[in-house]
Ligand binder design. Structure first.
Ligand code: C2E
Ligand code: MG
Ligand code: MG
Length: 695
């Protein structure tokens, strides 16, 4: 810290010394000047006195002196008289010597007689006085002769004063020596006193200021100490806070990065299908909304193509969800290759995909895209050890013609897709308003079906199953019919899928089961023996945990023996149920036979099939239709027959309509036949009437 008191002491000391050093001589100079002025005034006054008193003698001396020798000037009467008068006048004054010079500079009178006659012409003071000024000079004399004897150590002020005649002209010069020793001594004393006093005052001031400054210095140091301490504390706090902030910042940055990553992940997940990486339903809806607005503004058309895989459910059910997922990923990749970048492809869920085409100029444009999509399934999908052939159905609707809202467009494209599916695999169809009417019809039908059960509108029909070799009736398949007051006779193909979708199938299926058992038992008690009856079972029924219980109850209530009952399940039904093995085992344990319906259309693996507790395979009608027409179908039938033989399954062919088919199957060793050749599904009374007669 800047040492205030040291600095102050040094500077003050120098200033005090300087002040004392300057003030003393200044005071002395001023006092001397004052004293000189005073003494000079006295000399002037004295000269005046001399001139007044010695007027006549002086005039005489002045006029007579010219041309006179020294002797005359010292010894003449006039000179002596003047000398006496001067001495008289000088008595009791401090004037110690008087000299008078005439205009020529000659000393005409002096109290020191030896000086008379000396010339003063060269003296500057004389010359000043002769020209009218008064000139004084202060001098210190070690010794000086005066009329009162010899003076020693005296201070003398000598003044040259002009002597004026009556006409005011200067006729000579007085020189008066005044003894100013007491003044000068006094002056010196005063000077020391003043200097000492000033020094004392300054010293006192210095001391007081020194105390103040020292105190101030103390306070400053104290404050500086505190400030330094506060600054140190502050610095420590700032450093700590900076560290903390840095840590918090790093932490925050980390959190922000994490949050951003999480956010972008969330955003990605929010708009993408996690399995295939395609856009999801939400993303599609938002894009379609935006597209609709843009298209409306530009007056353009757009198309929505609803894509549904035709056999995905079977693949999923038979090969498992893992393979199903893999297949979906491959399908997504394949579709992406065929869809233009500007068109948007999304997965809605399950095996449903959707595509948006903007800037549609004609239906032809959309048709090309639809064919592209269907064409994408031309080649099989290779997954690990499977090679799967798939097809897709595409439903198309256009905006604004077929709807101007997201909801309408998606629903109508879906409706069109159902129609395409109805046409057979791998087809596309444009939406038409009738389709909506059909859909509405479906809703109406569903409502009617809901009541049908309670209203007793359902009937069980039976279709015979014949032993190939003997043509004997070995069983019958129970097939449900709906006699609707509003719709008339409705076939199961129309309402079973509806019942499956709405869940009505459970009640319906159980009713068919009960009704069939009741009928068979009633026949039996009334003397018509039907060896076995087959009842179709939906996956929805089998999925119910209480199914076995319900079945047992039905058997109990109707008195039906389990061995007379056969349950028909499709492959997909078996695959779809999680604990199918267990369940089927329990059914077999009850004594119930099991038949795999529509065999050949699914994807059951051989090893899986081998483990199933099934007794019968039912070759699907589509293969039977191909007999005599399609060698591929015939080959499949042969393979199924061989498979059945090796696994010890009984085989029944359904949809046998011709003798040719019957012969073909008989030749291959197919045990049973079912089809129009032997009889359609008919009402129980008709069935009994037909078959009670011994063949
Ligand atoms: P499905 O179980 O494969 O039944 C065979 C279908 O083929 C029956 O049609 C039958 O009438 C028909 N059919 C049999 N032989 C011939 C033939 O020679 N020519 C022709 N053109 N058709 C023949 P239906 O009765 O219309 O039943 C269709 C499907 O509805 C059934 O196929 C079955 O999956 C389902 N279904 C019928 N009743 C029930 C039921 O009570 N419960 C369940 N879950 N499904 C049922
Ligand atoms: Mg069946
Ligand atoms: Mg079938």
């Amino acid at each position: 810290m800047f040492n205030l008191s040291r600095y102050f002491s040094t500077v003050s000391f120098i200033l005090i010394v300087l002040a004392a050093g300057v003030l003393g001589p200044l005071y002395q100079k001023l006092s001397l000047q004052q004293m000189q002025d005073l003494a000079e005034g006295r000399n002037v006054a004295m000269a005046q006195v001399f001139q007044n008193s010695l007027r006549n003698s002086l005039d005489t001396l002045m006029s007579d002196s010219v041309g006179q020798d020294v002797k005359f000037l010292t010894q003449s009467e006039e000179a002596r008289r003047l000398h006496a008068s001067v001495l008289e006048l000088m008595r009791d004054t401090s004037v110690v010597r008087v000299k008078i010079y005439n205009r020529l500079g000659s000393t005409v009178f002096s109290t020191d007689a030896q000086q008379i006659g000396e010339s003063r012409l060269d003296n500057p003071d004389f010359r000043a006085a002769i020209s009218g000024a008064i000139a004084s000079e202060l001098a210190h004399r070690d010794s000086m002769s005066s009329f009162a004897g010899t003076l020693s150590e005296v201070d003398i002020l000598s003044s040259h004063i002009p002597i004026r005649a009556k006409d005011n002209s200067i006729e000579g010069v007085f020189e008066l020596y005044q003894n100013v020793t007491p003044f000068v001594a006094q002056l010196h004393r005063n000077m020391w006193l003043v200097t000492g006093g000033v020094a004392l005052v300054f010293a006192a001031l210095y001391f007081m200021q020194f105390l103040v400054v020292r105190r101030a210095q103390g306070i400053l140091e104290d404050q500086e100490g505190r400030i330094a301490a506060a600054r140190d504390t502050l610095e420590i706090q700032v450093a700590a806070r900076t560290d903390e902030l840095k840590r918090t910042n790093t932490q925050l940055e980390g959190e922000i990065v994490e949050r951003r990553q999480a956010q972008s992940k969330l955003n990605y997940l929010a708009y993408h299908d996690p399995l295939t990486g395609l856009s999801n339903r939400r993303s599609f809806i938002e894009r379609l909304e935006e597209s609709l607005r843009e298209s409306a503004r530009r007056g353009e058309r757009l198309a929505v193509l609803f894509i549904d895989l035709d056999q995905f459910k079977q693949v999923n059910d038979s090969l498992g969800h893992g393979v199903g997922d893999e297949l979906l990923v491959s399908v997504a990749a394949r579709l992406s290759e065929h869809v233009r970048l500007i068109d948007m492809l999304a997965r809605l869920g399950g095996d449903e995909f959707i595509c948006l085409m903007e800037g549609v100029r004609s239906e032809g444009d959309v048709e090309i895209l639809a064919r592209e999509i269907i064409g994408a399934f031309e080649f099989p999908f290779k997954l690990d050890d499977h090679e799967l052939f798939l097809t897709a159905s595409v439903g198309i609707c256009l905006s604004p013609g077929d709807g101007s809202s997201v909801l309408d467009l998606m629903r109508n494209a879906d409706t069109a897709m159902y129609r395409a599916k109805g046409l057979g695999r791998g087809n596309f169809h444009f939406y038409t308003p009738e389709m909506t009417r059909d859909a509405q019809e479906r809703i109406r039908m569903e409502n009617l079906l809901r009541r049908a059960l309670d209203n007793g509108e359902l009937r069980v029909h039976l279709q015979p199953q014949i032993e190939t070799k003997s043509g004997r009736l070995v069983g019958a398949e129970a097939l449900v019919r709906w006699y609707s007051p509003e719709l008339g006779l409705v076939m199961p193909m129309r309402f079973i899928p509806l019942a499956e979708d709405s869940g009505l199938i459970v009640g319906l299926g159980n009713w068919v089961l009960r009704e069939t058992c009741r009928l068979v038992m009633q026949w039996r008690t009334s003397g018509f023996e039907l060896p076995q009856v087959s009842v179709n079972l939906s996956v929805k029924q089998l999925e119910r945990p209480e199914f076995i219980e319900v079945l047992s109850t039905i058997l109990d209530e109707t008195g039906m023996d389990a061995t007379s009952l056969k349950l028909e399940l499709t492959e997909s039904v078996v695959m779809a149920v999680g604990d199918a093995f267990d369940l089927l085992e329990r059914l077999r344990d009850l004594g119930i036979s099991l038949s795999l319906d529509d065999f050949g259309t699914g994807y059951s693996s051989l090893s899986y099939l081998k483990m199933l507790p099934v007794q019968q395979l039912k070759i699907d009608k589509s293969f039977i239709d191909g007999i005599g027409k399609n060698s591929g179908d015939e080959a499949i039938i042969r393979t199924v027959m061989e498979l059945a033989r090796s696994l010890d399954f009984e085989v029944v062919a359904e949809g046998v309509e011709t003798v040719e088919q019957s012969d073909f199957l008989a030749a291959l060793g197919c045990e049973q036949l079912q089809g129009h050749l032997h009889g359609k599904a008919v009402a129980p009374a008709e069935f009994r009437a037909r078959w009670s007669v011994p063949q």
